[in-house]
Design a protein around this ligand. Structure first.
Ligand code: ZN
Length: 201
C-alpha cells in the first residue's frame, strides 16, 4: 500500500525523485514507519528519521514536507496551544491557523500578537490505512526486540513537533527549488501573514 501511494506521489513530483529517490528512500521509510508504529507513534518525527539514517535534519524535514503532498501518506498539521484555556488545537490549513478560534473555549487569536506564529508547531500524521496495515503486519511479524532500547533512547527528548520557522527554512533547496508547489503555496500564505503582523505591508 505504502509503495503504491509513494509511486503515485513521485509521478506527480519529479523533485522528490531527484532528491529522495524512491528505490533508496522507500526501504528507509518503510522500516522507519514499522519501528515508530511499534513504539505507538501516530505522528512521525523527521528528527527521528534524520537520526535513524544519519541525514541532516533539514533534509529529513523537507522530505516529510514533500510526502505530506499526499494526504494518503502523511498529513501536515499545525499545532497551537490556546493562550486562554491551554487546550491543544490541531489545525489543518493556513486559513484556520490565521483566523484561530479555540475549539474548546472559542478564544480568537489571530493578527493581534506578533508572537503568535512562533508558538505554532508543525506535525506530520501518518495516514490511518497505513497505520492500520502496519499494526496488522507487526502483529503477524513482530519486530526483533534487539536494538529496540537503542531506538527508544534515541527518541527521548526528541519531539515530533517542528517550529514553523524551521519549515519555512527548508522548503527551498540551495538552488531555490521548492520541494513541492503545495508547500510553496502554504509558505506564501504564512509569509504574507508574517509580513502583515510585522507591519511590512
Ligand atoms: Zn481555548
Amino acid at each position: 500500500m505504502l509503495y503504491g501511494r509513494l509511486e503515485n506521489l513521485y509521478k506527480k513530483n519529479q523533485i522528490l525523485e531527484q532528491r529522495y529517490p524512491l528505490n533508496e528512500y522507500y526501504p528507509l521509510l518503510r522500516s522507519f514507519i514499522a519501528k515508530e508504529v511499534d513504539l505507538g507513534a501516530e505522528y512521525l518525527s523527521p528528527y527521528r528519521f534524520a537520526l535513524s539514517y544519519s541525514l541532516p535534519v533539514g533534509e529529513a524535514i523537507r522530505f516529510f514536507i514533500g510526502l505530506a503532498d499526499a494526504s494518503n501518506i502523511l498529513t501536515q498539521y499545525y499545532k497551537y496551544q490556546c493562550d486562554e484555556c491551554d487546550t491543544i488545537n490541531i489545525i489543518k490549513d493556513e486559513d484556520s491557523l490565521l483566523n484561530f478560534e479555540c475549539k474548546e473555549c472559542g478564544f480568537q487569536d489571530a493578527l493581534t500578537r506578533k508572537e503568535y506564529l512562533s508558538e505554532v508547531k508543525i506535525l506530520f500524521r501518518l495516514d490511518d490505512d497505513i497505520l492500520e496495515e502496519t499494526e496488522k503486519s507487526l502483529k503477524d511479524n513482530p519486530l526483533s526486540r534487539e536494538g529496540r532500547n537503542a531506538s527508544e533512547v534515541l527518541g527521548r527528548g526528541i519531539d515530533v513537533e517542528i517550529p514553523i520557522e524551521k519549515m519555512e527554512e527548508v522548503i527551498y533547496d540551495d538552488k531555490h527549488i521548492p520541494i513541492s508547489t503545495t508547500a510553496e503555496e502554504r509558505l506564501k500564505k504564512i509569509q504574507r501573514y508574517r509580513a502583515i503582523v510585522e507591519g511590512a505591508i
